[in-house]
Design a protein around this ligand. Sequence first.
Ligand SMILES: Nc1ncnc2c1ncn2[C@@H]1O[C@H](COP(=O)(O)OP(=O)(O)OP(=O)(O)O)[C@@H](O)[C@H]1O
Ligand SMILES: [Mg+2]
Length: 321
Amino acid sequence: MDDAAPNLDSLDAVAGDARILSKRVKDGVVTLVVDVTALDGARRAALESDLKTAAMAIAGVGDVRVAMTASQRARKLIAVASGKGGVGKSTLSANLAIALARAGRVVGLIDADVYGPSQTKLLGTDERPTANDKTLNPVAAHGIRFLSMGQLVSAGHALAWRGPMATGALAQLMEADWGDCDLLVVDLPPGTGDVQLSLVQKSRPDGAVVVSTPQAMSLIDATRAIDLFGKVSVPVLGLVENMAGYTCPHCGEQSDPFGCGGAEDAAAELGIPFLGRIPLDPAVREASDAGLPPAASDGAQSEAFARIAQKLLQALETAPA
Ligand SMILES: Nc1ncnc2c1ncn2[C@@H]1O[C@H](COP(=O)(O)OP(=O)(O)OP(=O)(O)O)[C@@H](O)[C@H]1O
Ligand SMILES: [Mg+2]
């Protein structure tokens, strides 16, 4: 009776977001191999200690060894966020993805905005993704591939989703057949609430880009977004100032309806890279509304996105792993 192997089933619940790949017991010594890809450093350490405590409490266990492994993702995941809505996250995500593709990268775009998915409109296609088994095949547009929460639900349905549903849907988009994509840009919903936090925690981006207008209010919100990434140890690759400076299409006069340069100063203060600015330009909105992203053609706006893409690639190279 004393020889009965200790029952380790209860440990799976302790593992939570991590996964126990194997459990072995020999002479009362338990060896666990745990996949901790979904966890950051602090949560890995906490999990190791929780597993040890839980295993030691099981009858017949004399010692516990925990081996942790994390699978290396072949592609880098870049989250685009803002504290405030309507500052141009989706516009930047689409055009940045296209600019990165024009710079020679193989790029995928995920529209994770459960409240107001907009990438099908920005990229000008209603094509629905096909699926093999349960794996989605992203839709091609303007030299990139993309998937949107909007493709998973019928148009016009407000998505009053709670965090777990949103993270479940995002996981489905992330686990799609992205093929040889080496960069995945994720357009996050606006704000810094629970939904955003759980999306970031679950997807563990390699870096984040924060968008702001030059206004002080928007910058305060951007700072909140930067704090959110700090909390989960995701490096902020930089700040982009959108809707900066306005050139009147009629008289050519330059004005600054939302101020100018505020984001660059804020980035310097916060010690994060400033990736560049996109001017407020009615042509950006018109092209976006028509499903023709400016970055896909040539011109001043396209160059602005290309410069931001270059700076982002540099920041990604030097970001801590
Ligand atoms: N630089 C710009 N010049 C002119 N219009 C712009 C610019 N950037 C974005 N817009 C317009 O502003 C509106 C909001 O942009 P967008 O949808 O990209 O913001 P968002 O931050 O994703 O919004 P939400 O928080 O609702 O997801 C759109 O109509 C877009 O075309
Ligand atoms: Mg958006």
